[in-house]
Write a protein that binds this ligand. Structure first.
Ligand SMILES: [Zn+2]
Ligand SMILES: [Zn+2]
Length: 331
């Protein structure tokens, strides 16, 4: 019976309904107008959408069960370790760095906007380096392995990626004066919206969300980010406000005449948990072993994916650049 109890507890945890259930049992429904009450109702939205999306996939007969299966395994694998390391990392960084903050924000709407812009900058940095530094790409590539988009991709992460991402985002926010309570509020919104942008075509065919596509980052932008088409590679690193993509020139809209091809450029088996989780580490290890001299070996760790000691580079920047060049000469 213990196994059954653990299973039910895990299910409640995954669905995010635990808090709402506790509040419901209190019998006082007015708590749902409080901050805790509202949060408890937002938590279950993404897990429930994920299940609905999977069912819709079954109805349309294209659920791509391979993606759901591997992402479920990853979820189980990360369930304990990853989350706690990330939380410990955030707490440690707040303790260490808060005395060095430039100033302290307060809980007002304008500081909230300031905090969100700073958070997005931290997110941009972590995500950009996740694509441009080979060692960090090993942590991030698990998220890019799925060859179809759906809400289960939200859970596709190598277990050390969250601590790496949170270390950078928290450091930037704390040094720029974002107070911890505001930081946690932003983290919650970012986490929920960051999950939603993985909604698949089975649930939302057009991810552009109308005029919002011009103002914020939509599922359409994030689909572009997950694409391996040359035009789309290494673009749209932001999460909700895409100002930093616009500032740093990595902004790319979805083109109606260019069908998105999801996944990474390395030949791999996206239905194999081991390949999805460790494949890039193994590829890096092989490149380091082949490279002559300690300098070349170190360069493989820190240069962008696709960099080669032979000079035959295949980086995203080069691939995208030559695609754009070709388009120009065609016109
Ligand atoms: Zn990415
Ligand atoms: Zn993503």
């Amino acid at each position: 019976m213990d196994i059954l109890k653990t299973f039910i507890e895990e299910l409640i945890g995954f669905l995010g309904v635990g808090n709402a259930w506790e509040l419901l049992q209190s019998g006082d429904f007015s708590v749902f107008t409080t901050y805790d009450g509202v949060v408890s109702l937002i938590y279950p939205i993404i897990p429930l959408l994920l299940i609905l999306e999977f069912i819709l996939g079954l109805v349309y007969k294209k659920p791509n069960t391979k993606v759901y299966k591997v992402n479920f395994l990853i979820y189980v694998c990360n369930r304990f370790i990853g989350r706690f390391i990330a939380l410990a990392m955030v707490t440690l960084i707040i303790g260490w760095l808060q005395p060095f903050a430039l100033f302290q924000t307060k809980m007002t709407w304008y500081w909230f906007i300031y905090g969100y812009i700073v958070w997005e900058f931290g997110h941009f940095l972590y995500h950009y380096w996740g694509h441009k530094v080979r060692l960090f790409w090993c942590l991030h590539s698990t998220h890019h392995a799925p060859e179809q988009m759906n809400l289960s991709v939200t859970h596709a992460h190598f277990f050390l990626e969250a601590p790496y991402a949170d270390a950078i985002r928290t450091t930037v926010c704390i040094l720029m004066g974002v107070e911890p309570v505001l930081l946690f509020l932003i983290m919650f919104i970012d986490g929920t919206y960051g999950a939603f942008i993985h909604v698949g075509e089975n649930m939302m065919k057009d991810g552009k969300m109308g005029f919002l596509n011009k103002i914020i980052l939509t599922p359409s932008h994030h689909r572009v980010h997950h694409a391996r088409n040359p035009l789309y590679m290494d673009t749209n690193f932001c999460n909700l406000l895409n100002i930093w993509d616009k500032v740093f020139g990595t902004y790319q809209e979805e083109q109606d005449d260019l069908v998105i091809e999801y996944g990474i450029t390395r030949k791999m088996n996206s239905g194999n948990f081991f390949d999805v989780y460790f494949g890039e580490f193994i590829a890096l290890f092989h490149d380091i072993r082949k490279a002559p001299g300690i300098i070349n070996k170190c360069k493989y760790l820190f240069m962008p994916p696709g960099w080669s000691h032979t000079g035959e580079h295949q980086t995203a920047k080069l691939v995208r650049g030559s695609y754009l060049q070709q388009q120009l000469t065609k016109e």
